[in-house]
Design a protein. Structure first.
Length: 420
């Protein structure tokens, strides 16, 4: 067997282990969309309070992204991945005592811990995949790995739909008519529904950390970067108007994505009264499928259409679809939001790629960490969407992602004009 083929075969095991991480963080991200609806019911929350699920989660990304990058530089990719998985598992295990105590604040802390682990995984897994094989095929490997992220998202929705949602829905009047003991038993049952799914996730994640820990990786892939960093890189990036525009676009995009998916079940139940959360979750599953299809379709289209022009077109379509969702709540509006998922599928990687396209190596490393930090948009805009919903209704609250897609479109138009 030629040495090159032996080397490639030896990387298959490590590659599979790292690619699975994209599935695992997609699973965690979209289970949150289920938790927003579940906690609204089990803790009797307003839309704004339920949206704090996403706020706690994405705050972890914002605070931990840069420390994760520094950790990776000091201890290497493999150590960062293992540490991130252990944090992920610890957060999942915290769901058990949080449910037993019936404490919403502890759930939010558990989500923050999970997000901290995912910040390590997202910061390290993307470049790690490019190192596990020949350099000339690194981009293809990364695209393959990213395809598993929406598969994890679909799985997360299905887990929530079939193992968390009970299918039992009570109106406010029915809740008020219950005696205290019956009401408390119902709420406790709904709260405890998350215990076993997250316990199983914690076991799988920790087991995956152990597998990666005991698997032999090429020394060049796990070694820490010893090259001294140049000074002033962050200052140069923050003085670059195009890069700062990219940070804003990514912030608003993530906020739009998280906001739409977090409140989709709520939107469906508003537009189609009497629809139980378990049935409404079918629309969320459809969003994940549309997102996956959009990612492959968009990637294929980029062979013929420049990335910035495709991004501009997709953003414009999404502004129109959000307007439909605002003005025609119900089945038509819900289908429009499924369509939004298709057209926003390419936005995150495209904004990311355009942001670092003209960067040198040092700028790319620091810039990537800053771009991961913009995931805080999922915390901020989801809370804003919830507040608008409480004041004006969930349909009109879709103006928030509509504004976000306008910002993404403006960023794309900037790149179309500057690279004409």
């Amino acid at each position: 067997m030629p040495a090159s083929r032996q080397a490639t075969a030896g990387l298959l095991g490590p590659f599979v282990l790292i690619v699975a991480l994209f599935f695992l963080w997609g699973l965690a991200n979209n289970l949150n969309d289920v938790l927003v609806a579940q906690f609204k019911k089990s803790f009797v929350l307003s839309d704004f309070q339920a949206g704090l699920v996403q706020s706690a989660f994405y705050l972890g990304y914002f605070l931990i992204a840069m420390p994760a990058g520094l950790f990776m530089r000091r201890y290497g990719y493999k150590s960062a991945v293992v540490f991130g998985l252990l944090l992920y598992g610890a957060g999942a295990f915290l769901f058990w005592p949080a449910a037993s105590l019936g404490t919403y604040g502890l759930f939010l802390f558990a989500l923050f811990v999970i997000a901290s682990g995912l910040a390590f995984l997202e910061t390290s897994a993307n470049p790690f995949v490019t190192l596990l094989g020949p350099a000339e095929s690194g981009t293809r490997r990364l695209n393959l790995a990213q395809a598993f992220n929406p598969l994890g998202s679909i799985t997360g929705v299905l887990v929530g739909q079939h193992f968390i949602f009970s299918g039992i829905e009570h109106t406010p009047a029915q809740m008020a008519a219950m005696d205290a003991a019956t009401r408390s038993a119902y709420l406790a049952q709904e709260t405890s529904a998350v215990q076993w799914p997250y316990f199983v996730i914690g076991v799988v994640v920790v087991a995956w950390a152990v597998l990666i820990l005991v698997t032999r990786f090429p020394a060049s892939d796990i070694a820490a970067d010893e090259a001294p960093a140049r000074h002033g890189v962050m200052g140069r990036l923050l003085r670059d108007r195009s890069f700062v525009f990219a940070l804003a676009a990514q912030f608003f995009y993530v906020g739009a994505q998280v906001g739409v998916w977090s409140y989709l079940i709520r939107y469906v139940q508003f537009g189609m009264p009497g629809t139980p959360a378990k049935e409404a979750a079918n629309f969320l599953t459809a969003c994940m499928v549309a997102f996956l299809a959009g990612r492959f379709t968009g990637t294929a289209l980029m062979k013929r259409v420049p990335a910035e022009r495709l991004l501009l077109g997709f953003a414009a379509v999404n502004v129109a679809l959000v307007l439909v969702a605002m003005l025609v709540p119900g089945l038509v509006g819900a289908c429009a939001l499924v369509g939004v998922s298709f057209f926003m599928s390419v936005m995150y990687p495209t904004i990311f790629g355009l942001a670092v396209r003209d960067c040198d190596d040092d700028e790319r490393k620091i810039g990537s960490a800053l771009l991961v930090m913009t995931i805080i948009g999922g915390a901020v805009l989801t809370a804003v969407l919830g507040a608008v919903s409480d004041r004006f209704g969930i349909a009109y609250a879709m103006v928030v992602p509509g504004i976000a897609f306008v910002v993404v479109g403006a960023f794309a138009r900037h790149h179309v004009r500057t690279h004409a």
